[in-house]
Write a protein that binds this ligand. Structure first.
Ligand code: PMP
Ligand code: GLN
Length: 379
Protein backbone atom coordinates (compact mmCIF):
# COMPACT_ATOMS: atom_id res chain seq x y z
CA UNK A 1 0.00 0.00 0.00
CA UNK A 2 1.20 3.53 -0.78
CA UNK A 3 2.50 5.20 2.36
CA UNK A 4 1.41 8.85 2.40
CA UNK A 5 3.95 11.43 3.51
CA UNK A 6 1.11 13.71 4.57
CA UNK A 7 -1.50 11.26 5.88
CA UNK A 8 -3.57 13.84 7.71
CA UNK A 9 -3.98 16.32 4.86
CA UNK A 10 -7.19 16.57 2.92
CA UNK A 11 -8.61 19.11 0.47
CA UNK A 12 -8.13 22.74 1.58
CA UNK A 13 -11.02 24.52 3.26
CA UNK A 14 -10.91 27.14 0.48
CA UNK A 15 -11.66 24.58 -2.20
CA UNK A 16 -14.26 22.87 -0.03
CA UNK A 17 -16.19 26.03 0.84
CA UNK A 18 -16.04 27.45 -2.70
CA UNK A 19 -17.41 24.15 -4.03
CA UNK A 20 -20.17 24.17 -1.42
CA UNK A 21 -21.02 27.78 -2.30
CA UNK A 22 -21.26 26.88 -5.99
CA UNK A 23 -23.38 23.81 -5.27
CA UNK A 24 -25.89 25.86 -3.26
CA UNK A 25 -25.74 29.02 -5.37
CA UNK A 26 -24.50 30.93 -2.30
CA UNK A 27 -22.75 34.31 -2.26
CA UNK A 28 -19.13 33.26 -1.95
CA UNK A 29 -17.35 35.28 0.71
CA UNK A 30 -15.24 32.26 1.65
CA UNK A 31 -12.14 31.73 -0.53
CA UNK A 32 -9.97 34.82 -0.81
CA UNK A 33 -10.22 36.02 -4.39
CA UNK A 34 -11.78 39.09 -6.00
CA UNK A 35 -14.98 38.57 -8.00
CA UNK A 36 -14.29 41.71 -10.05
CA UNK A 37 -11.99 42.27 -13.00
CA UNK A 38 -8.42 43.55 -12.97
CA UNK A 39 -7.53 46.88 -14.54
CA UNK A 40 -8.16 46.64 -18.34
CA UNK A 41 -4.75 48.23 -18.87
CA UNK A 42 -3.02 45.30 -17.15
CA UNK A 43 -5.05 42.83 -19.20
CA UNK A 44 -4.16 44.73 -22.37
CA UNK A 45 -0.47 44.55 -21.49
CA UNK A 46 -0.69 40.80 -20.97
CA UNK A 47 -2.23 40.37 -24.42
CA UNK A 48 0.31 42.70 -25.97
CA UNK A 49 3.35 40.86 -24.63
CA UNK A 50 1.88 37.49 -25.49
CA UNK A 51 1.01 38.60 -29.04
CA UNK A 52 4.46 40.08 -29.55
CA UNK A 53 6.37 36.91 -28.90
CA UNK A 54 7.19 36.92 -25.18
CA UNK A 55 6.12 33.32 -24.77
CA UNK A 56 9.23 31.23 -24.13
CA UNK A 57 10.86 30.40 -20.81
CA UNK A 58 11.58 33.38 -18.65
CA UNK A 59 14.99 33.46 -16.95
CA UNK A 60 15.04 31.13 -13.93
CA UNK A 61 15.24 34.10 -11.55
CA UNK A 62 12.49 36.04 -13.32
CA UNK A 63 12.28 38.71 -16.02
CA UNK A 64 14.92 41.38 -15.37
CA UNK A 65 12.53 44.33 -15.83
CA UNK A 66 10.17 42.93 -13.21
CA UNK A 67 12.93 42.28 -10.69
CA UNK A 68 14.13 45.85 -11.24
CA UNK A 69 10.68 47.33 -10.73
CA UNK A 70 10.20 45.32 -7.54
CA UNK A 71 13.57 46.42 -6.23
CA UNK A 72 12.68 50.07 -6.94
CA UNK A 73 9.29 49.76 -5.25
CA UNK A 74 10.77 48.23 -2.12
CA UNK A 75 13.40 50.93 -1.91
CA UNK A 76 10.76 53.62 -2.34
CA UNK A 77 8.23 52.22 0.12
CA UNK A 78 10.40 50.67 2.81
CA UNK A 79 13.82 52.21 2.27
CA UNK A 80 15.37 48.77 1.80
CA UNK A 81 17.81 47.97 -0.97
CA UNK A 82 17.71 44.60 -2.70
CA UNK A 83 19.96 43.91 -5.65
CA UNK A 84 17.61 43.02 -8.50
CA UNK A 85 20.13 40.61 -10.00
CA UNK A 86 20.99 38.55 -6.94
CA UNK A 87 18.34 39.22 -4.29
CA UNK A 88 14.96 39.24 -6.03
CA UNK A 89 13.39 36.10 -7.50
CA UNK A 90 10.06 35.75 -9.29
CA UNK A 91 8.05 32.71 -8.22
CA UNK A 92 4.83 30.98 -9.24
CA UNK A 93 2.76 32.71 -6.59
CA UNK A 94 3.71 33.35 -2.99
CA UNK A 95 2.81 29.73 -2.28
CA UNK A 96 5.84 28.59 -4.21
CA UNK A 97 8.07 31.23 -2.63
CA UNK A 98 7.03 30.25 0.89
CA UNK A 99 7.58 26.58 0.12
CA UNK A 100 10.99 27.22 -1.41
CA UNK A 101 12.07 29.41 1.53
CA UNK A 102 11.09 26.74 4.04
CA UNK A 103 12.62 23.92 1.98
CA UNK A 104 15.87 25.87 1.59
CA UNK A 105 16.18 26.40 5.34
CA UNK A 106 14.53 23.69 7.40
CA UNK A 107 16.12 20.26 7.89
CA UNK A 108 14.86 17.23 9.78
CA UNK A 109 14.52 18.01 13.48
CA UNK A 110 14.63 21.80 13.11
CA UNK A 111 11.96 23.73 14.98
CA UNK A 112 9.82 26.32 13.22
CA UNK A 113 7.75 28.82 15.16
CA UNK A 114 4.30 29.20 13.68
CA UNK A 115 1.70 31.65 14.95
CA UNK A 116 -1.83 30.34 14.83
CA UNK A 117 -4.24 30.99 13.24
CA UNK A 118 -1.88 30.24 10.34
CA UNK A 119 -2.29 30.26 6.58
CA UNK A 120 -2.66 26.67 5.51
CA UNK A 121 0.39 26.21 3.27
CA UNK A 122 3.05 26.58 6.00
CA UNK A 123 2.61 23.32 7.86
CA UNK A 124 2.73 20.85 4.97
CA UNK A 125 5.99 22.48 3.83
CA UNK A 126 7.49 22.20 7.32
CA UNK A 127 6.29 18.59 7.59
CA UNK A 128 7.81 17.56 4.26
CA UNK A 129 11.18 18.91 5.41
CA UNK A 130 10.97 16.93 8.65
CA UNK A 131 10.68 20.18 10.61
CA UNK A 132 8.89 20.40 13.94
CA UNK A 133 6.26 23.13 14.21
CA UNK A 134 6.23 25.01 17.52
CA UNK A 135 2.85 26.66 17.82
CA UNK A 136 2.01 29.97 19.40
CA UNK A 137 -1.70 30.50 19.77
CA UNK A 138 -3.16 33.95 19.11
CA UNK A 139 -6.66 34.73 20.31
CA UNK A 140 -9.72 36.59 19.13
CA UNK A 141 -10.37 39.53 19.09
CA UNK A 142 -7.00 41.29 18.68
CA UNK A 143 -4.65 38.33 18.04
CA UNK A 144 -1.72 40.19 19.60
CA UNK A 145 1.63 38.45 19.88
CA UNK A 146 3.09 37.99 23.37
CA UNK A 147 6.79 38.36 22.60
CA UNK A 148 7.85 37.04 26.02
CA UNK A 149 6.00 33.85 25.16
CA UNK A 150 7.79 33.72 21.81
CA UNK A 151 11.13 34.15 23.61
CA UNK A 152 10.27 31.26 25.91
CA UNK A 153 9.68 28.99 22.90
CA UNK A 154 13.10 29.59 21.38
CA UNK A 155 15.43 26.62 21.72
CA UNK A 156 18.80 25.67 20.23
CA UNK A 157 16.78 23.84 17.56
CA UNK A 158 14.78 26.89 16.45
CA UNK A 159 15.63 27.45 12.80
CA UNK A 160 12.83 29.59 11.49
CA UNK A 161 9.96 31.88 12.47
CA UNK A 162 7.10 32.45 10.04
CA UNK A 163 5.29 35.75 10.27
CA UNK A 164 2.41 37.08 8.22
CA UNK A 165 1.46 40.75 8.13
CA UNK A 166 -1.17 41.94 7.20
CA UNK A 167 -2.58 38.70 8.50
CA UNK A 168 -4.81 36.09 6.95
CA UNK A 169 -7.29 35.18 8.41
CA UNK A 170 -7.46 37.75 11.23
CA UNK A 171 -6.88 41.11 9.54
CA UNK A 172 -4.35 42.11 12.22
CA UNK A 173 -1.10 43.87 11.29
CA UNK A 174 2.37 44.17 12.80
CA UNK A 175 3.25 47.38 14.61
CA UNK A 176 6.72 48.88 14.74
CA UNK A 177 7.01 47.44 18.24
CA UNK A 178 6.35 43.92 16.88
CA UNK A 179 9.20 44.39 14.41
CA UNK A 180 11.54 45.59 17.17
CA UNK A 181 10.63 42.74 19.52
CA UNK A 182 11.13 40.18 16.77
CA UNK A 183 14.51 41.71 15.93
CA UNK A 184 15.61 41.39 19.57
CA UNK A 185 14.65 37.73 19.59
CA UNK A 186 16.57 36.72 16.48
CA UNK A 187 19.61 38.91 17.19
CA UNK A 188 22.75 36.80 17.60
CA UNK A 189 20.84 33.62 16.87
CA UNK A 190 20.93 31.40 13.82
CA UNK A 191 17.23 31.89 13.16
CA UNK A 192 15.75 32.75 9.76
CA UNK A 193 12.42 34.27 8.87
CA UNK A 194 9.70 33.91 6.32
CA UNK A 195 7.81 37.17 6.01
CA UNK A 196 4.52 36.38 4.29
CA UNK A 197 3.64 39.88 3.11
CA UNK A 198 1.20 39.10 0.31
CA UNK A 199 -1.24 41.74 1.64
CA UNK A 200 1.41 44.48 1.89
CA UNK A 201 -0.74 46.88 -0.15
CA UNK A 202 -4.01 46.04 1.58
CA UNK A 203 -3.76 47.99 4.82
CA UNK A 204 -6.20 50.49 6.30
CA UNK A 205 -6.88 53.53 8.44
CA UNK A 206 -3.58 55.21 7.68
CA UNK A 207 -1.50 52.35 9.09
CA UNK A 208 1.70 51.61 7.24
CA UNK A 209 2.89 48.14 6.36
CA UNK A 210 5.71 46.99 8.63
CA UNK A 211 7.82 44.90 6.32
CA UNK A 212 10.57 42.75 7.82
CA UNK A 213 12.95 44.60 5.49
CA UNK A 214 12.42 47.87 7.38
CA UNK A 215 14.70 46.52 10.11
CA UNK A 216 18.21 45.82 8.88
CA UNK A 217 18.82 43.02 11.39
CA UNK A 218 15.65 41.23 10.25
CA UNK A 219 16.29 41.93 6.58
CA UNK A 220 19.56 40.00 6.77
CA UNK A 221 17.74 36.85 7.84
CA UNK A 222 14.46 37.10 5.95
CA UNK A 223 12.81 35.60 2.94
CA UNK A 224 10.09 38.15 2.20
CA UNK A 225 7.37 36.65 0.06
CA UNK A 226 4.85 38.69 -1.91
CA UNK A 227 2.22 38.16 -4.58
CA UNK A 228 0.69 40.20 -7.38
CA UNK A 229 -2.46 38.09 -7.08
CA UNK A 230 -3.68 40.13 -4.12
CA UNK A 231 -2.43 43.54 -5.14
CA UNK A 232 -3.77 43.61 -8.69
CA UNK A 233 -6.84 41.31 -8.47
CA UNK A 234 -5.19 38.54 -10.49
CA UNK A 235 -5.01 35.56 -8.13
CA UNK A 236 -5.18 33.22 -11.12
CA UNK A 237 -1.96 34.51 -12.66
CA UNK A 238 0.07 33.05 -9.79
CA UNK A 239 2.97 35.46 -9.98
CA UNK A 240 4.81 35.96 -6.70
CA UNK A 241 8.26 36.98 -5.59
CA UNK A 242 10.85 36.59 -2.90
CA UNK A 243 13.29 39.17 -1.55
CA UNK A 244 16.22 37.72 0.35
CA UNK A 245 19.87 38.65 0.89
CA UNK A 246 22.23 37.15 -1.66
CA UNK A 247 23.36 34.21 0.45
CA UNK A 248 19.77 33.19 1.16
CA UNK A 249 18.62 33.87 -2.41
CA UNK A 250 21.27 31.45 -3.73
CA UNK A 251 19.73 28.68 -1.64
CA UNK A 252 16.17 29.78 -2.41
CA UNK A 253 16.91 29.62 -6.14
CA UNK A 254 18.27 26.08 -5.87
CA UNK A 255 14.80 24.97 -4.78
CA UNK A 256 12.87 27.27 -7.13
CA UNK A 257 14.96 26.01 -10.05
CA UNK A 258 13.62 22.49 -9.62
CA UNK A 259 10.14 23.24 -8.38
CA UNK A 260 9.09 25.27 -11.42
CA UNK A 261 12.33 26.52 -13.02
CA UNK A 262 10.64 29.73 -14.14
CA UNK A 263 7.30 31.50 -14.22
CA UNK A 264 4.75 32.54 -16.86
CA UNK A 265 6.63 34.95 -19.13
CA UNK A 266 4.15 37.45 -20.67
CA UNK A 267 2.61 38.23 -17.28
CA UNK A 268 6.03 39.17 -15.91
CA UNK A 269 6.59 41.70 -18.69
CA UNK A 270 3.06 43.05 -18.28
CA UNK A 271 3.53 43.49 -14.54
CA UNK A 272 6.91 45.15 -14.98
CA UNK A 273 5.34 47.75 -17.27
CA UNK A 274 2.32 48.19 -15.02
CA UNK A 275 4.50 48.81 -11.95
CA UNK A 276 6.04 51.83 -13.68
CA UNK A 277 2.92 53.75 -12.65
CA UNK A 278 3.11 53.86 -8.86
CA UNK A 279 -0.51 54.90 -8.58
CA UNK A 280 -1.43 51.35 -9.60
CA UNK A 281 -0.34 50.09 -6.18
CA UNK A 282 -0.61 53.25 -4.10
CA UNK A 283 -4.36 53.35 -4.80
CA UNK A 284 -4.98 49.85 -3.42
CA UNK A 285 -5.30 50.61 0.32
CA UNK A 286 -8.15 53.10 -0.16
CA UNK A 287 -9.82 50.85 -2.73
CA UNK A 288 -9.97 47.99 -0.23
CA UNK A 289 -10.70 50.15 2.79
CA UNK A 290 -13.86 51.23 1.01
CA UNK A 291 -14.79 47.60 0.35
CA UNK A 292 -14.23 46.75 4.01
CA UNK A 293 -16.46 49.64 5.02
CA UNK A 294 -19.22 48.68 2.58
CA UNK A 295 -19.25 45.22 4.16
CA UNK A 296 -19.08 46.52 7.75
CA UNK A 297 -21.87 49.02 7.15
CA UNK A 298 -23.98 46.26 5.71
CA UNK A 299 -23.66 44.20 8.92
CA UNK A 300 -23.67 47.15 11.33
CA UNK A 301 -27.19 46.36 12.51
CA UNK A 302 -26.58 42.61 12.80
CA UNK A 303 -25.89 40.51 15.90
CA UNK A 304 -22.34 39.82 14.76
CA UNK A 305 -19.51 41.45 16.69
CA UNK A 306 -16.28 42.59 15.10
CA UNK A 307 -13.22 44.77 15.25
CA UNK A 308 -12.67 46.36 11.82
CA UNK A 309 -9.97 44.57 9.85
CA UNK A 310 -6.69 46.51 9.77
CA UNK A 311 -5.35 44.80 6.68
CA UNK A 312 -5.79 41.90 4.18
CA UNK A 313 -9.15 41.46 2.47
CA UNK A 314 -10.71 39.54 5.33
CA UNK A 315 -13.06 40.49 8.12
CA UNK A 316 -13.46 38.26 11.18
CA UNK A 317 -16.81 38.33 12.97
CA UNK A 318 -17.94 36.64 16.16
CA UNK A 319 -21.34 34.96 16.09
CA UNK A 320 -21.30 34.08 19.81
CA UNK A 321 -24.44 36.23 20.30
CA UNK A 322 -26.35 34.18 17.76
CA UNK A 323 -25.58 30.53 18.46
CA UNK A 324 -23.09 28.29 20.20
CA UNK A 325 -22.82 26.03 17.15
CA UNK A 326 -19.34 24.84 16.19
CA UNK A 327 -17.82 27.23 13.62
CA UNK A 328 -17.20 24.63 10.91
CA UNK A 329 -20.78 23.37 11.16
CA UNK A 330 -22.14 26.91 11.29
CA UNK A 331 -20.24 28.00 8.16
CA UNK A 332 -21.65 25.02 6.28
CA UNK A 333 -25.13 25.65 7.65
CA UNK A 334 -25.08 29.32 6.59
CA UNK A 335 -23.94 28.39 3.11
CA UNK A 336 -26.72 25.86 2.70
CA UNK A 337 -29.57 27.67 4.41
CA UNK A 338 -29.10 31.42 3.90
CA UNK A 339 -26.75 31.29 0.92
CA UNK A 340 -23.69 33.11 2.31
CA UNK A 341 -20.37 31.25 2.39
CA UNK A 342 -17.54 32.05 4.81
CA UNK A 343 -14.52 30.28 6.29
CA UNK A 344 -14.58 28.91 9.85
CA UNK A 345 -11.44 30.20 11.55
CA UNK A 346 -10.84 27.02 13.58
CA UNK A 347 -9.33 25.46 10.44
CA UNK A 348 -6.32 27.76 10.84
CA UNK A 349 -5.43 26.14 14.20
CA UNK A 350 -3.92 22.64 14.33
CA UNK A 351 -6.15 21.85 17.31
CA UNK A 352 -9.19 23.36 15.57
CA UNK A 353 -9.73 26.02 18.22
CA UNK A 354 -13.34 27.13 17.91
CA UNK A 355 -13.77 30.76 18.97
CA UNK A 356 -17.15 31.19 17.24
CA UNK A 357 -15.53 33.35 14.60
CA UNK A 358 -16.08 33.31 10.85
CA UNK A 359 -13.90 34.91 8.19
CA UNK A 360 -15.58 36.84 5.39
CA UNK A 361 -13.69 37.94 2.27
CA UNK A 362 -14.69 41.45 1.22
CA UNK A 363 -12.82 41.39 -2.11
CA UNK A 364 -16.21 41.33 -3.80
CA UNK A 365 -18.31 43.76 -5.83
CA UNK A 366 -20.46 46.11 -3.74
CA UNK A 367 -23.69 44.43 -4.71
CA UNK A 368 -22.47 41.05 -3.42
CA UNK A 369 -21.24 42.63 -0.19
CA UNK A 370 -24.49 44.50 0.42
CA UNK A 371 -26.64 41.51 -0.40
CA UNK A 372 -24.60 39.28 1.91
CA UNK A 373 -24.81 41.90 4.70
CA UNK A 374 -28.58 42.18 4.30
CA UNK A 375 -28.99 38.41 4.64
CA UNK A 376 -26.55 38.15 7.56
CA UNK A 377 -28.32 40.99 9.38
CA UNK A 378 -31.51 38.91 9.58
CA UNK A 379 -29.84 36.25 11.73
N1 PMP B 1 -0.05 33.71 2.04
C1 PMP B 1 -1.26 34.16 2.40
C2 PMP B 1 -1.44 34.70 3.78
C3 PMP B 1 -2.33 34.12 1.51
O1 PMP B 1 -3.53 34.54 1.87
C4 PMP B 1 -2.09 33.59 0.21
C5 PMP B 1 -3.16 33.49 -0.81
N2 PMP B 1 -4.23 33.51 -0.75
C6 PMP B 1 -0.82 33.15 -0.12
C7 PMP B 1 0.17 33.21 0.82
C8 PMP B 1 -0.53 32.56 -1.47
O2 PMP B 1 -0.41 33.50 -2.47
P1 PMP B 1 -0.40 33.08 -4.02
O3 PMP B 1 -1.82 32.97 -4.44
O4 PMP B 1 0.34 34.16 -4.69
O5 PMP B 1 0.29 31.76 -4.11
N1 GLN C 1 -5.41 32.56 0.24
C1 GLN C 1 -6.78 32.36 -0.13
C2 GLN C 1 -7.64 32.39 1.12
O1 GLN C 1 -7.14 32.51 2.19
C3 GLN C 1 -7.02 31.07 -0.85
C4 GLN C 1 -5.97 30.50 -1.66
C5 GLN C 1 -6.27 29.07 -1.98
O2 GLN C 1 -7.39 28.72 -2.29
N2 GLN C 1 -5.29 28.26 -1.85
O3 GLN C 1 -8.83 32.26 1.02
Amino acid sequence: MFKSKLPNLGTTIFTTMSALAAEHGALNLSQGFPNFAADPELLRLLGEYSTHGFNQYAPMTGVRELREQLSLKTKKLYGAHYDSETEVTISSGATEAIFAAIAATVSAGDEVIVFEPAYDSYLPAIDLCGGIPVYITLHYPDFQIDWDLVKSKISPKTKMIIVNTPHNPTGSVFSENDINELAKIVADRDIYLVGDEVYEHIIFDGLSHQSLCTNSALKEKSFICGSFGKTFHITGWKIGYCFAPKELSVEFRKIHQYLTFSTFTPAQYALAKYLENENNYLSIPSFYQRKRDVFLESIAGSRFEFIPSKGSFFQNVSYANITDANDAEYAIQLTKTIGVASIPTSVFYHQKLDQKVLRFCFAKDDETLQKAGEILSKL
